[in-house]
Design a protein around this ligand. Structure first.
Ligand SMILES: Cc1cc2nc3c(=O)[nH]c(=O)nc-3n(C[C@H](O)[C@H](O)[C@H](O)COP(=O)(O)OP(=O)(O)OC[C@H]3O[C@@H](n4cnc5c(N)ncnc54)[C@H](O)[C@@H]3O)c2cc1C
Length: 433
């Protein structure tokens, strides 16, 4: 149930293990929060996404269904460009040392900023992963205002989509350890060159279909009934029996399913979750318009600025003249009328990049529950239930990481392993857990 990145990861692993898989997806396109949407004939992503080289599970799944998958991603070595304020870029040939050297030679940070960041990174590298949790803002005590403003805060918002006064330092440190500090390969930024449905879920669907599976799009599961040796899934169009079920709907969509009590472990957990929004504002200029780089950080780079990041889709997906501006987490601007916000974004882009012409159109997409809020010591469900034929999957399932495509994919692989064990199936070595 659910054709997002978690559901499709489970579907691929179960198909590869010899299962006949039926995927029910409520939406018309696969991908969930990472899907393509169409607006007045324009094909846009529900939100601009970035992957990291550290997304080993998802990248492994992508390569499994399509060995040429790497061609769908533009890889950039770790770069941190806060427009006109801070600039650093790591030499990928130098591995971990490249990240540290990039920090030491970064433009825009003084020696105190750099030493503060470096000592925090070294401390993170050698501290225990189970050290007590607390807000990132407390963990940053002693850091300079400059480093918080142009490095730590934008990094925390980009990675956890949670403001530093609320965000869990434990989750933040996991991202730093396994992304930033895990070498040049892990810290690479991977930017999709195709839309987010085509990037993985639709290729996964082809794989599932080749293994006798079926995809049911625009078909929401309304109810699930437990039977003696499996389940009956009831949708608006049919009732289908299944030996086992992976429930990969978003955390806020679980309550809607009205699951039988024995299957409701995750539902109880997520009732305490808070969520954070992300807004992506697409602005289309003439096709000749472009930015100096594919990605620019804009957070705090202008007084009272509202844009956090801007992506030049022309340099990524070949959609020339199309810019995608990301505004993360709780932001006063999310409450503004859409037209007012779009025009503020356009004005701000002009202030940053005066050569931009008058835009042709703008479209803002607000996802109000983009991610769960990565709260301090947030209890997350482990995905198991007392019924071994039923497992939950999704970015919210217990893991060291925040809500990401990688945590979604990992949870799908774990759920598939659980069901495969129950059903006596053999999971391919590559995906065994
Ligand atoms: C704007 C935005 C930007 C983001 N940026 C990044 C980023 O840069 N990098 C990153 O790693 N992550 C990013 N994320 C987070 C990432 O998109 C999510 O963590 C991930 O997509 C979650 O996948 P999922 O499969 O767990 O859940 P979902 O994508 O929510 O999938 C759940 C699916 O279940 C379906 N469903 C719900 N109820 C039913 C039902 N009853 N029957 C059938 N189907 C049902 C839904 O339609 C949906 O397709 C971003 C998210 C947003 C919204």
């Amino acid at each position: 149930m659910g054709g997002g990145y978690a559901g499709m990861a489970a579907a691929v692993v179960l198909s590869a293990s010899g299962c006949q898989v039926n995927v029910f997806e409520a939406g018309k396109r696969l991908g969930g929060r990472a899907r393509q949407v169409t607006w007045h004939g324009h094909h846009l992503d529900n939100g601009q996404h970035i992957l990291l080289g550290a997304y080993t599970t998802l990248l492994g799944l992508m390569a499994f269904v399509d060995p040429d998958e790497h061609l769908a991603l533009k890889a950039l070595p770790l770069t941190w460009d806060m427009h006109g304020k801070v600039n650093l870029s790591a030499n990928p040939l130098l591995g971990r040392a490249g990240t540290l050297l990039a920090l030491l030679t970064a433009k825009g940070f003084n020696l105190r900023d750099k030493m503060g960041i470096l000592s925090k990174l070294v401390q993170t590298r050698f501290s225990s992963r189970s050290a007590p949790d607390g807000p990132v803002s407390d963990w940053l005590r002693g850091q300079t205002d400059n480093s918080i403003c142009y490095f730590w805060e934008p990094l925390c918002l980009a990675a956890l989509n949670t403001p530093i006064h609320l965000a869990s330092s434990r989750i933040f440190k996991s991202v730093i350890l396994d992304g930033l500090l895990a070498g040049a390969n892990a810290s690479r930024m991977l930017l999709p060159k195709v839309n987010l449905s085509a990037l993985w879920p639709e290729k996964a669907a082809v794989f599932v279909a080749k293994h006798d599976g079926k995809m049911f799009l625009a078909e929401k599961v309304k109810h699930l009934q437990c039977d003696a040796d499996g389940f009956t899934l009831i949708t608006s169009k049919q009732a289908l029996s299944a030996d086992a079920v992976v429930c990969a709907v978003g955390p806020h969509q679980l309550a809607d399913l009205d699951l039988p009590h024995e299957l409701s472990s995750a539902v109880d957990h997520v009732s305490a979750f808070a969520y954070q929004p992300i807004r992506t504002v697409y602005v289309q200029y003439a096709e000749t318009a472009s930015l100096p780089k594919p990605v620019h950080g804009l957070h705090h780079c202008i007084e009272n600025g509202i844009c956090h990041w801007v992506f030049d889709r022309g340099q990524l997906t070949g959609e020339h003249g199309l810019l995608a501006v990301v505004i993360s987490a709780e932001h006063r601007q999310h409450a503004s009328p859409k037209e007012e916000l779009e025009s503020k974004v356009i004005q701000e882009l002009k202030a940053f990049f005066p050569e931009l012409p008058t835009p042709l159109w703008a479209k803002s997409i607000l996802e109000t529950r983009a991610t769960f809020q990565a709260d301090v010591a947030l209890p997350r469900p482990d995905g198991k239930t007392s019924n071994a034929r039923f497992a939950f999957a999704g970015d919210y399932i217990e893991s060291p990481y925040p809500a990401t495509l990688e945590s979604a994919a990992r949870s799908g692989v774990v759920a598939a392993n659980r069901l495969a064990t129950t059903l006596g199936l053999n999971v391919p070595e590559h995906f065994k857990i």
